[in-house]
Design a binder for this molecule. Structure first.
Ligand code: SF4
Length: 378
């Protein structure tokens, strides 16, 4: 019997019941993943020399096929996925045909194949790299890359359970390599984050990770109950609509109102895209006469002439020196969004994105104020 990093990550998220629903094949709300899923498929197609046209046709007619099969995708989502891949290619060049390796980790902590495996992890094997070690000698590095389509893909993904599984799997499967490098490639952010582990230096660390991974996998495989743990974790859970435990908390009038609110928010958030889709053309009237859907709403906006008038009035009174401009911006209480908009005008090219982010980051600071709402685990 084997398990996969996705399943272990679901377990680590805090509600084993989600994994139970996954295994039972309960309907999962995957709409939030459609664009990313299309981008992944398209990227793999380009890497293997298949044109994007063939992959796009397959996605809109048959959906994703294979082990993680998915129903056909909406053409808009497929084209958005293609845009993401094109933007990646613009910065990093055409994807090379990286082979995907499947590495198993057996219960005795060795690399395994077939039924022996308790954890099986697919990784895009990027390349065998040669670099120089501390003593200046050439060393061989084997590198595995995981493409992420989330906007949130970042440095923190290097310290995830999934990354530890990848690192352990590479470490065991390529004992001849002097070092292994795990990479997270953000398809949307176009950034690559990496961590290199060296034999002789990081052995103990990898051993710890192996122990953690096997412990979790063992718990997962041994537990045929997988209890539900409704809470803040329901917000963002793809099973919120289908989950009996979540609905039972929502319906339970005797339940803790705070817990009930958190779980109900998860269910409501899962229902919202469905309700939006159902009211795309026109608002719907509910039995009580209320309506749900888009309705025109007035909001006040400054006219183009209004901006010019303010500038004129200010310079008439205070002049046009740098101090006067500074005082104007301070009086306008310029915020982070406005600074970001100005940065885009000052540094407009895509190649300046990193410099733009750095500039903005150097101008803002974090202020803390109380805000009511639901947050995940710290
Ligand atoms: S909706 Fe909540 S209780 Fe149900 S599986 Fe998801 S996280 Fe668990």
């Amino acid at each position: 019997m084997s398990t996969r990093p996705t399943e272990l990550s679901m377990l680590a998220r805090g509600c084993p019941g989600a994994l139970r629903l996954y295994k039972e094949g309960a309907p999962q709300d995957r709409r939030g993943y459609a664009v990313g899923s299309a981008a992944h498929r398209m990227q793999a197609a380009l890497a293997s020399g298949v044109g994007w046209e063939a992959a796009a046709t397959e996605l809109v007619t048959r959906g994703r096929i294979g082990r993680d099969a998915e129903p056909p995708l909406h053409p808009d989502d497929v084209l958005r996925g293609l845009d993401i891949v094109r933007s990646w290619v613009e910065k990093h060049g055409d994807p090379v045909g990286y082979p995907e390796v499947r590495v198993g980790i057996a219960a005795d902590g060795t690399a395994a194949t077939g039924d022996l495996a308790v954890i099986e992890t697919p990784i895009d094997l990027v390349y065998d790299d040669v670099e120089f070690g501390a003593e200046g000698e050439e060393i061989t590095v084997i590198c595995g890359r995981d493409y992420k389509s989330s906007w949130l893909a970042g440095e923190q993904d290097l310290d995830s359970l999934q990354r530890r599984i990848h690192a352990v799997a590479l470490w065991l499967a390529y004992p001849e390599a002097d070092a292994i490098r795990v990479e997270v490639a953000g398809l949307r952010t176009r950034q690559v984050y990496s961590q290199t582990l060296y034999r002789g230096t990081d052995d103990l660390r990898v051993q710890h990770w192996l122990h953690e991974v096997l412990t979790l996998a063992g718990a997962l495989l041994a537990d045929d109950v997988l209890p539900f743990a409704p809470g803040a974790v329901c917000l963002g859970c793809g099973y919120a609509i289908a989950c009996p435990a979540a609905w039972s908390v929502v319906r339970d009038e005797g339940a803790d109102p705070v817990l009930r609110y958190a779980v109900a928010s998860g269910v409501a958030a899962a229902c919202e895209p469905l309700a939006r889709e159902a009211t795309l053309e026109e608002p719907r009237t509910l039995p009580d006469g209320g309506t749900v859907g888009y309705a025109p709403q007035d909001r006040r906006e400054v006219t183009g002439e209004g901006v010019a008038t303010v500038a004129r009035a200010w310079t008439n009174k205070h002049g046009a020196s740098a101090e006067a401009v500074h005082a104007l911006l301070a009086a306008a209480k310029i915020g982070v969004t406005a600074i970001e908009a100005v940065a885009k005008v000052l540094l407009p090219d895509r190649s300046m994105a990193a410099a733009r982010r750095e500039w903005v980051a150097s101008l803002v600071e974090v202020a803390t104020s109380p805000r009511w709402g639901i947050r995940g685990r710290p």
